[in-house]
Design a protein around this ligand. Structure first.
Ligand SMILES: [Fe+2]
Length: 234
């Protein structure tokens, strides 16, 4: 069964292209033939739902308390809402995050550059939006890291986000950046999103959600589609 749902779309030139030569790996992994539409069936669009904590363990909204000690780095709280194109809250959205530690290092077998692993920081978390579409997580601000795309290439500080709607087939993935980072302007991944749409990927410093003597606050709303959509990886 296929369903064509009518909704207002984002601007046609807002989404990053699949092929962006400055981001070198897109030359290998972008499609070279026309896309083939595969209609989704009921089982792909309806589940599983309401069972994420049973499937994946309890929600992990504090990345600074997953180990015996406290991770090194600037403690931050990132919060916001997940919204549809009309500003309506989207509850029960599973948001998964992953990031480098404060030194810019991932715990990953293929990350071996000369920056320390933090034994008190794994860099992964998961939340589920509440009835008003709200989410919040506590972490440390990630560091920049080199990535070999070109000479002296450094990724700006960023947090990866994955959002799951009512089914695995509805997964969306993007990256959140920080407002005071000069590396954004030099980064081919960020720059694959044209301006002004790129600005939607930059979190906003927020003194209201900053916690006294504990953590800086950043706000980041995710709009799933429509003219104000948050741009996603493709
Ligand atoms: Fe990354």
């Amino acid at each position: 069964m296929s369903r064509d749902i009518q909704y207002s779309r984002e601007d046609s030139n807002a989404q990053p292209p699949s092929l962006f030569p400055e981001y070198k790996s897109t030359t290998l992994r972008s499609p070279s033939a026309p896309l083939i539409r595969i209609p989704q069936t009921l089982t792909e669009t309806t589940g599983p739902t309401g069972c994420w904590d049973k499937l994946m363990g309890r929600a992990l909204a504090d990345l600074t308390s997953q180990h015996a000690g406290v991770p090194i780095g600037q403690r931050i709280v990132v919060s916001g809402r997940v919204l549809d194109e009309n500003g309506k809250a989207i509850p029960d959205t599973v948001m998964e995050i992953w990031q480098a530690n404060a030194a810019g290092r991932y715990i990953h077998v293929r990350d071996s550059w000369d920056a320390p692993i933090d034994p008190n920081f794994t860099g992964t978390g998961r939340m589920v939006t509440d009835e008003q579409g709200r989410y919040s997580f506590t972490t440390v601000r990630p560091g920049a890291y080199p990535w070999g795309n070109h000479h002296n290439a450094w990724r700006p500080a960023h947090i990866h986000l994955s959002l799951l709607g009512p089914a695995f087939a509805s997964r969306l993935v993007t990256q959140l950046y920080f407002p005071d980072d000069p590396l954004i302007a030099l980064d081919p991944i960020a720059n694959s999103v044209p301006m002004p749409y790129r600005l939607r990927l930059i979190a906003r410093f927020d003194i209201e959600s900053t916690q006294p003597a504990r953590a800086l606050g950043y706000k980041f709303d995710v709009v799933l589609r429509g003219p104000l959509a948050t741009l996603m990886e493709r």
